[in-house]
Unconditional design. Structure first.
Length: 70
């Protein structure tokens, strides 16, 4: 009650560090009480296999019970 869900934007694709950046952003967002991460360019401007890996890593963070509000 009285709280608004927080959703971060993943930002532009920067290359090799995209997976690590997306995971770190998702962890920070979840620990802050966030509900999701917009990950368009980081996932969809790369080969399908890499994009799916990135999206799965983000999903795993939001499904993980070990990562909780700080």
């Amino acid at each position: 009650m009285g709280r608004i869900g927080l959703i971060n934007s993943g930002g532009e694709s920067k290359g090799a560090s995209d997976l690590a950046d997306a995971v770190a952003t998702a962890v920070i967002n979840k620990r802050a009480g966030g509900m999701g991460l917009i990950s368009g360019r980081k996932a969809f401007q790369r080969p399908m296999k890499e994009g799916v890996e990135l999206l799965n890593a983000i999903q795993d963070i939001y499904l993980s019970k070990e990562i909780d509000i700080a």
